[in-house]
Ligand binder design. Structure first.
Ligand SMILES: Cc1cc2nc3c(=O)[nH]c(=O)nc-3n(C[C@H](O)[C@H](O)[C@H](O)COP(=O)(O)OP(=O)(O)OC[C@H]3O[C@@H](n4cnc5c(N)ncnc54)[C@H](O)[C@@H]3O)c2cc1C
Length: 467
């Protein structure tokens, strides 16, 4: 195992990975298991990034967990959903790669102790395929695998600049660590896994200034460093115009735990402070996020009745209403007037809105926003009818950016002309092209794991001759 370099010296590894979230740790764990020497540089003082703050859902289709719950999902249905959500902008080759490798990635995660719990239907899905994982344990296990096989994870090391040879091939990276500047060479390449730029004010100002009104969230180190380093070398960019925060977080949400409620996918409507609906609530929570930013105070309320309250899933992120009640974040009242008064919503607007919505649910008139299902067009709508009534105030949370470096299906970074930048790989949220116009729940942790493994195996295949 190589040791940490002193200032000004260069440490050489087979692979240098920038960032220790799901994508970087999966790549590093796969690399060490393939017999490679690996250094993971992590800018912050602990590993995990946005991955550790996430809901922990991985999107897979055709799993035993789905089968056990009678969910008849297929790779074809998954593909259809991804293509539709991508709105013609997603790279079909990346989608195919995910689908082709989802089974082995799922199996590999299980081999590394991952136990998937509930399978939920969520944003963008025609079938329940969000597999809940204890994500912090998953990351800890992957980190343990890296270290156990002789890899090093250097926290407090911020990568600052890619190093190239005379021909533009990436050969390493410069970083700043506790002992000053250091340099790392990667014999087989450098893998950028530095996450998105949900906290990168400068990049948001360029690509999505309207999102600066959302609540800044995501990993504290996620300022887009890796994206900028590769951009400087001429890397191509994709999906930059689709950045959108996620709707559904309480205005006072903190970084200690992940607070997000999608009662709308269980039957709630969403109204603004005037009590008026403003969007089809079954759409992707990213689309809802953009719609909510345009409302007064950037505020929406998920309004629902006792029948939706009864659908709460204790312990399941996005669906645990009881937990949010215990925090004092859910208003409740026996009448809509009382609810409006408690939550600060215009009462007349709310009463009129609910009456119109209930008529649409009963089929008496078309829905004002074309809503036909609970989520993604599926699931039967329910009227807001049974007391008590509830309101959860929510804003748009800038959790993730889901856009960035263009890559090949082997996770090699492509330049603006589509040519591979030799020696440079990118995996996880720093990459663009997979999601296109919108993100489906579970596909970011999923793509981090899928492409993390692919990048590491590509480097191993190049460095280790087949005997
Ligand atoms: C609240 C929340 C809930 C979410 N829920 C889900 C979910 O359930 N399912 C899902 O699929 N997605 C979810 N997402 C999105 C998902 O978590 C992220 O897109 C994904 O975890 C990104 O993984 P990553 O490994 O690419 O990046 P990260 O996990 O963010 O890791 C990147 C790491 O790189 C480090 N880094 C940055 N710059 C440098 C540098 N210069 N040098 C060295 N290190 C650097 C960062 O500090 C960070 O630790 C959620 C996100 C949030 C915030």
């Amino acid at each position: 195992m190589s040791t940490q370099p002193s200032p000004q010296s260069t440490a050489t590894y087979d692979v240098v990975v920038l960032g220790a979230g799901i994508a970087g740790l999966t790549a590093a764990a796969t690399a060490v298991e393939s017999g490679l020497t690996v250094a993971v540089l992590e800018k912050t003082d602990s590993f995990g990034g946005s991955s550790a703050m996430s809901g922990g859902f991985f999107a897979f289709s055709g799993t035993p967990e789905q089968e056990a719950e009678g969910i008849q999902d297929t790779a074809e249905a998954f593909r259809d959903d991804l293509v539709r959500l991508g709105g013609g902008h997603a790279d079909p080759a990346l989608i195919e790669t995910y689908l082709e490798h989802q089974d082995d990635t799922y199996a590999w995660l299980k081999e590394h102790g991952v136990v998937f719990g509930a399978v939920e239907v969520s944003s963008g899905q025609s079938h329940a395929r969000s597999h809940l994982s204890p994500i912090k344990d998953v990351l800890a296990e992957l980190a343990r695998t890296v270290v156990e096989h002789g890899g090093v994870i250097l926290t407090g090391h911020r990568a600052t600049e890619l190093v190239t040879d005379g021909g533009g091939n990436v050969t390493g990276v410069r970083a700043v660590g506790p002992q000053g500047p250091t340099q790392f060479a990667g014999r087989g390449g450098v893998i950028i896994a530095s996450g998105g730029f949900s906290r990168g004010e400068d990049l948001l100002r360029v690509f999505a200034p309207e999102q600066l009104a959302g609540i800044p969230y995501g990993g504290l180190g996620n300022t887009g460093d890796g994206l900028k380093m590769a951009w400087k070398l001429g890397a191509g960019l994709a999906d930059m115009s689709f950045i959108s925060g996620t709707f559904g977080s309480h205005p006072e949400t903190g970084i200690e735990f992940h607070e997000l409620l999608t009662a709308n996918y269980m039957g709630a409507i969403i109204v603004n402070t005037a009590g008026r609906r403003f969007v089809d609530e079954s759409l992707s929570y990213k689309t809802l996020g953009a719609a909510c930013l345009a409302q007064p105070d950037g505020l929406g309320f998920e309004v629902f009745d006792a029948s939706v309250r009864a659908r709460s899933h204790p312990g399941v992120p996005l669906n645990d209403i009881g937990f949010l009640e215990d925090l004092g974040h859910v208003y409740t009242a026996d009448t809509l007037e009382g609810l409006a008064a408690a939550a600060g919503i215009g009462a007349a607007g709310l009463i009129e809105t609910v009456a119109a919505y209930n008529r649409a649910v009963a089929g008496e008139e078309p829905d004002a926003f074309g809503r036909t299902g609970l989520v993604n067009g599926t699931g039967d709508l329910v009227p807001v009818l049974q007391a008590p009534f509830y309101a959860y105030p929510a804003k748009t949370l800038m959790t993730s950016t889901y856009c960035g470096l263009t890559i090949t299906p082997e996770a090699r970074v492509k330049d603006v002309d589509g040519r591979v930048i030799e020696g440079l790989f990118a995996v996880g949220e720093v990459t663009g092209g997979f999601h296109g116009a919108a993100y489906m729940t579970g596909t970011s942790l999923g793509k981090g794991a899928v492409f993390g493994r692919i990048a590491a195996r590509a480097i191993a295949a190049a460095l280790i001759p087949v005997s």
